[in-house]
Design a protein around this ligand. Structure first.
Ligand code: PLP
Length: 476
């Protein structure tokens, strides 16, 4: 039931003090023409409404959440405690700099830590999400080429194993996209890359580990080939949790990178909450970074870069996400950061190994932090699709893996267990996957009808796509 349907005129839960200023009535022309619909509920009704909604959803605190490419790991509570400190939470972006020195120090230390982790020379914390970071990074590359009087580079190479946002960001930044295929090993086809490079190439965007969960074994050769043609190399580091503390994109020849603080560095996400997609770059690109930079030693201040590409977000981005990320980095420390990524890789390989007795893997190789299964054989023999298995998992209180992505794998299920899950949880999930496989063989119909225990059963997805109901009709 929607909150509007529970509403009763006159109910409410506010007690305002008596008005002690002069009452100002809006002018007739400023008034709304339609009635403003605000739900009117008592406090207990309101509280129950949201508790009920919360019970219907599945989050990391409810159970296993192996949504590939999204890194739904547990976000330590200490991050929230620190981000809730009044000195961080209650600042105003226009406050004089001398009153927010601590906050500026958070920004500076975060930039330094992320530069060290990625092997970059400079960092901006302004972008609000991964895709926003990609767009920012591409504008840096463009500014670099243009500053050298090189206007002819109008194309970006994007391998077909890239995250979907990569080609979209390149197009948004005004580039045309040259897609190159992966080889049978899931890595970039070097021959095709050599054919694609030339003096019209601004650069290459590489998602690594790529969307099939593999670390490209030819990575040094890839960056060399692109640099030789005068292009720059962009590293999509949204999934850095597979490699952080072990290797650094800056050392592999990459010039620009974005990170997803809301994935790798543990800010809750998935409900559409604020994110942060910092962009790091090598010194040759630093002068083009978005305008607001933290500067100074003893006294910190915000400065505007002369040649910067301009601001991509107001002020210095989503500050409290940065606070959480810095808390996470400082809690883990140098060893902890490395251990986190090692455990992410270990958990994924353990789970893949256990599952491959039944399920077909898209690439039967050592994976990074996630792996991709292909259910096309199962579908041919039983009629049970990746979608059916995903729906079946819901009845066991497991969030489904990412489905039908990457596009280069048929009937794909992309599983990312993350480093914060225990062996017991993973074993339990493996048991459920096995049970569903057996059910597919024995009683496919049951899986076609799953889920049966969730607040909402199997949806008619075609109808939802063709006739979406996105607005609530009030009877005015
Ligand atoms: C999640 C992800 C992105 C996009 O990040 P958003 O914050 O959702 O914009 C880009 N690339 C990869 C590899 C990702 O996993």
């Amino acid at each position: 039931m929607l909150i509007f349907e529970k509403s009763r005129p006159g109910r409410g839960c506010s007690t305002l003090p008596a008005c002690d200023v002069e009452v100002v009535r809006p002018k007739e022309r400023d008034k709304r023409e339609l009635k403003l619909h605000m739900p009117e509920l008592s406090e207990v009704e309101l509280s129950r409404h949201y508790t009920e909604l919360a019970k219907k959803s599945h989050g990391v605190n409810d159970g296993f959440y192996p949504l590939g490419s999204c890194t739904m790991k547990y976000n330590p509570r200490i991050n929230e405690e620190i981000a809730a400190l009044p000195g961080f939470k209650e600042i105003h972006p226009l406050q004089p700099e001398h009153t927010v020195q601590g906050c500026l120090e958070v920004l500076k230390r975060s930039e330094e830590a992320l530069c060290e982790i990625t092997g970059m020379d400079a960092m901006t914390l302004q972008p609000a999400a991964g895709a926003h970071g990609e767009f920012t990074g591409l504008l840096l590359m463009k500014a670099y080429h243009h500053s050298r009087g090189d206007q002819k580079r109008t194309k970006i190479i994007v391998p077909d194993s890239a995250h979907g946002t990569n080609p979209a960001s390149a197009a948004m930044a005004g580039y045309s996209v040259v897609s190159i295929p992966s080889g049978p090993d899931g890595c970039v086809d070097l021959k095709k890359l050599r054919e694609a490079v030339g003096d019209d190439i601004a650069g290459l965007m590489l998602t690594n580990p790529n969307t099939v969960g593999l670390f490209d074994k030819n990575i040094l050769e890839i960056t060399d080939i692109v640099h030789e043609c005068g292009g720059l190399c962009y590293y999509d580091g949204a999934n850095l949790n597979a490699v952080m503390g072990t290797v650094r994109p800056g050392d592999m020849g990459f010039d620009v990178i974005h990170l997803n603080l809301h994935k790798t560095f543990s800010t809750p996400h998935g409900g559409g909450g604020p994110g942060s997609g910092p962009v790091g770059c090598k010194a040759c690109l630093a002068e083009f970074l978005p305008s607001v930079r933290v500067d100074g030693e003893e006294v910190l201040r915000l400065t505007k870069a002369e040649h910067g590409i301009g601001e991509v977000k107001s002020f210095y981005g989503n500050f409290l996400v940065v606070v959480r990320a810095l808390t996470y980095i400082m809690t883990l420390g140098r060893e902890g950061i490395t251990e986190a990524s090692q455990n992410a890789v270990l958990n994924a390989n353990y789970m893949m190994h256990k599952l491959k007795e039944q399920y077909q893997m898209a690439y039967d190789e050592v994976c990074m932090h996630e792996f991709v299964m292909s259910l096309s054989d199962l579908k041919k023999s039983t009629g049970v699709s990746a979608m059916d298995i995903a729906k079946g998992l819901l009845d066991h209180e497991i969030h489904p893996p990412t489905m039908y992505f990457p596009l280069i794998v048929e009937e794909a299920l992309m599983v990312e267990p993350t480093e914060t899950e225990s062996k017991e949880t993973i074993d339990e999930a493996v048991g459920v996957f096995r049970e569903l496989y057996e059910l597919a063989v024995k009683d496919a119909e049951r899986l076609h009808n799953a889920p049966v225990s969730t607040p909402v059963g199997r949806l008619d997805e075609v109808k939802a796509a063709r006739h979406p109901v996105l607005r609530y009709s009030f009877d005015v």
